[in-house]
Design a protein around this ligand. Structure first.
Ligand SMILES: [Zn+2]
Length: 310
């Protein structure tokens, strides 16, 4: 009888242990990311050392945290730049090193959630981050700007790296421009900028579950009369009209120009198109065109200047 009891206890013990072993380890229910190749926050230090044997190139996305209409997340620019950089890095070896979420967005500050940093701060943080990467052996920097308000800051970061360090820097979209095959335009030319059809389409492709199209709404443009008057020339692509329009528009309320986002659009969408026309298909086509162009530029740079040169 005792032997039977011992045997039963043993069998139960084995069943209990194997049931416990079959349980998956507890995991954060919010964690759904896969490990992404060449994406610095996901990599181990030995993996970074291994990547350095194949490339000395790094993409630094420069982003923003700012309102994107009623439909788009505050992180739209951060996410769109980062996701594009990750897609590029799956096609050709290059490190993706995100540094900051926010950028220079003072003209969106009337909308809750926007965070803006002075351009002096942004350039300094990226310049210092580049110095860390240089110390590890990265030499070539591709600055991927996903927010137009950072344009001047990004040019300064590129210039500081080139003039003051052993590093070599370019602005990625600028460098990739000759390789860009734009998808055919849909419809006649139209004013469509911040949070508009094009940008929202890209978000619908890159981060679909973060866009709420059920509330998407374009507000009528409320431009100052002299800006409204030259808008048709801007839409037609007149370079001088576009230059003077953008020099004055989208500026902080504190400048007194009356051209902050809130002054020009109640919803934050700065477009003459109905933003509901955004589609993931258009977003895919635009994203693929820019990723292809960036990869083509990087491959060409690798040919023109092999990795490992001092
Ligand atoms: Zn944006």
């Amino acid at each position: 009888m005792l032997r039977v009891r011992v045997a039963v206890a043993l069998v139960l013990g084995v069943v209990w242990v194997s049931a416990a072993l079959a349980q998956p380890a507890p995991a954060n229910p919010l964690w759904h990311e896969q490990k992404i190749k060449n994406y610095l926050p996901h990599m181990t230090s030995p993996e970074v050392a291994d990547l350095l044997t194949r490339t000395d190139m790094v993409i630094l996305p420069v982003a923003s945290l700012e309102q994107h209409g009623l439909q788009g997340p505050i992180g739209t620019d951060f996410l769109s730049g980062l996701e594009r950089a990750k897609l590029i890095a799956q096609r050709t070896d290059v490190l993706v090193a995100p540094i900051l979420f926010p950028g220079n967005s003072p003209y969106h500050m009337a909308f809750p959630g926007t965070i803006t940093l002075p351009s002096e701060t942004i350039q300094l943080v990226y310049f210092q981050a580049a110095q860390s990467l240089l110390a590890h052996g990265f030499k070539r920097f591709l600055i991927l700007n996903s927010h137009a308000g950072n344009s001047a800051t990004v040019q300064y970061i590129v210039d500081r790296i080139n003039q003051e360090t052993a590093g070599i820097a370019v602005e990625l979209d600028d460098a990739a421009q000759p390789f860009l095959k734009r998808p055919p335009r849909q419809g006649p030319p139209a004013f469509d900028r911040h949070g508009g059809v094009s940008e929202t389409s890209r978000s619908l492709y890159l981060t679909p579950n973060l866009v709420n199209m059920s509330v998407a709404r374009t507000a009528p443009l409320t431009l100052r009369p002299h800006l409204e008057k030259i808008l048709p020339e801007v839409v037609a692509g007149d370079p001088t009209a576009t230059r003077v329009f953008l020099a004055e528009a989208l500026k902080a309320a504190s400048t007194g120009k009356g051209t902050s986002t809130k002054d020009m659009t109640e919803t934050g969408v700065w477009s003459a198109l109905d933003v509901k026309a955004a589609t993931a298909e258009r977003g895919r086509d635009e994203t693929e065109a820019s990723v292809n162009a960036a990869v083509a530029f990087i491959e060409r740079w690798k040919q023109l200047r092999p990795s490992g040169l001092k």
